[in-house]
Ligand binder design. Structure first.
Ligand code: MLC
Ligand code: AMP
Length: 474
């Protein structure tokens, strides 16, 4: 696949920037504003330092250092592995070992054994690199499955270019926009759409650090990204919401946007939010459009280059009548190249005829509008827009000396969509506290994977095979 001779980050084409296509406010993050020329100069200097590596880890705090590290890797053609800044010891070790990262680029955890390559905000280089191949792996993004530790999703430059161009078309996203969001920089939403998007399209980015209603209201953008938790907090803050009336487009994704939140946003801001659907593995495949219908509870039509279909459990076609539900399968140029080191897992999510099996259940109406009904597995939880595997948390909790048995579920939550609840059967004589168990997960995995609630039980409901019946919990 090719996306032409221009760089993936088109607005940072060194020749164009040198010829006057500079803007003073290309990226604002963590109180630092970088012009296009600052970005090209500083990130090329990063590229010079990192160019001999194949793959490096980036502690993805929302800072200018992180943006320069990512852009430096893209200039040099080095694969970047973003690491959640709140990742605990076990999760960090897994990501480093599995990805084979050779160094940290930029900030590094104190206790690391890996070399650290510094990122200097004020260094400059004007060396011009040739554009790496579209097939090369730009990122390995770690994301949870139903069981086991997170898997590394390999995303190529070509997939990213195709995915971003399809969104720019659907949302009429141009250099005249100012994008505002405050999402984490280690996932598709905040990093690929939210940082590389503006650098490809050429629209300034304001990253607010945290996605709070007050920060969104203050930023004065035209285009806003948020997960449903962010939008529901804004909908509960009428003063902040009304400030967004001046924007052009409010976009929600990463989890279902509740219909009442959609309606309340429309009432307060005058904008019906655009909802889009995606995955780490596929980028964004479905969206409502800037110039099209926005139907509450529905995620729109396939973006440019995407095809979708529904299949029942036996693999038979499900009609697109708006009512019948089936497993959603997708194909398109923005799909990933597989899970790193996991050929069986990669093969398991593709059909023999080359479609990607999303694991989501959906309905499609005759006009091609899609409604996401839910996940096939109860073991993939979406909390605050984060995808969290129940199995990973269960394994972590079983490593606590006071825990004999555990079942982790996602229960409905007005703020987070789902909240992680751990049912625990303590070992004989043990009396673990809720805080101790929650902190154990926060310390080992990450803060955003911690259970919000622990319920102690004397036994778990099991079927005749001994498998926990999670549908009975809650
Ligand atoms: C609480 N805290 C603890 C703790 N308990 N710290 C340590 N140990 C414990 N046991 C602290 C946290 O560190 C944090 O502190 C504070 O409590 C609040 O944490 P939180 O409750 O997790 O934050 P919250 O405000 O609830 O977060 C909501 C949110 C967040 C919406 C901001 O969930 C979020 O950013 N979600 C975005 C997820 C996302 O981007 N997903 C995209 C996936 S890509 P402090 O000091 O840090 O505040 C994808 C594809 C697609 O899905 O379609 O887009
Ligand atoms: P992640 O890998 O974190 O990108 O999570 C992908 C999952 O998020 C999808 O498989 C869906 O279950 C869910 N998701 C993303 N966007 C939406 C949406 N607009 N509506 C419903 N679910 C969504």
């Amino acid at each position: 696949m090719s996306y032409g001779s221009l760089p993936l980050l088109r607005s940072l084409d060194p020749a164009a920037v040198a010829a006057g296509a500079d803007i003073p406010d290309a990226v604002t993050v963590d109180g630092t504003t970088l012009s296009r020329s600052d970005l090209v100069g500083a990130a090329t200097s990063v590229a010079e330092r990192v160019a001999r590596a194949d793959r490096v880890a980036i502690l993805a705090r929302p800072t200018a250092t992180t943006v320069l590290a990512v852009v430096g890797c893209l200039i040099a053609g080095v694969t970047a592995v973003p690491v959640p800044p709140d990742a605990g010891a076990a999760e960090r070790e897994h990501i480093l070992a599995d990805s084979g990262a050779q160094a940290w680029l930029g900030e590094a955890p104190e206790d690391t054994g890996l070399p650290v390559i510094p990122v200097r905000l004020h260094a400059r280089s004007w060396h011009v690199y040739s554009e790496p191949a579209a097939e090369s792996t730009a990122f390995v993004l770690y994301t949870s499955g139903t069981t086991g530790p997170p898997k590394g999703v390999m995303l190529s430059r070509g997939a990213i270019a195709a995915g971003l161009d399809a969104l720019a078309e659907a949302w009429a996203w141009t250099p005249d926009d100012v994008l505002v969001h405050g999402l984490p920089l280690f996932h598709v939403h905040g990093l690929i759409l939210g940082v590389l998007g503006p650098l490809r399209v050429g629209s300034p980015l304001v990253h607010t650090g945290k996605p709070t209603p007050a920060a969104y209201a203050e930023a004065g953008g035209t285009l806003y990204f948020g997960v449903p938790t962010v939008w529901s907090r804004i909908a509960e803050d009428p003063g902040a919401a009304r400030e967004l009336a001046r924007a052009r487009l409010l976009v929600s994704g990463s989890a279902p946007l509740p219909v009442p939140v959609f309606e309340r946003l429309r009432e307060l801001t005058g904008h019906a939010p655009v909802e889009r659907y995606g995955m780490s593995e596929t980028m964004i495949t479905l969206s409502t459009r800037a110039d099209g219908e926005r139907r509450p509870g529905w995620v729109g039509t396939p973006v440019a280059g995407v095809r979708t279909r529904l299949r029942d459990e036996a693999g038979a076609a499900v009609p697109h009548d708006g009512e019948s539900i089936g497993g959603l399968q997708v194909r398109g140029p923005m799909l990933f190249d597989g899970y790193l080191n996991r050929p069986e897992a990669t093969a398991a999510c593709r059909t023999d005829d080359g479609w990607f099996v999303t694991g989501d259940v959906a309905a499609i109406d005759p006009a091609g509008f899609h409604r996401i009904v839910g996940r096939e597995s109860v073991d993939l939880i979406k909390s605050g827009g984060y995808r969290i595997g129940a199995g990973e948390i269960e394994t972590c909790l079983l490593g606590h000396p006071a825990v004999a048995e555990v079942a982790v579920v996602g229960l409905p939550d007005g703020d987070l969509g789902q909240r992680i609840v751990a049912y625990i059967v303590p070992r004989d004589g043990a009396e673990p506290t809720e805080k101790e168990l929650i902190d154990h997960v926060a310390d080992q995995l990450s803060v955003h994977k911690r259970p919000r609630e622990v319920r102690l039980a004397t036994s778990l409901p099991r079927n005749a095979m001994g498998k926990v019946q999670k549908k009975l919990l809650g």
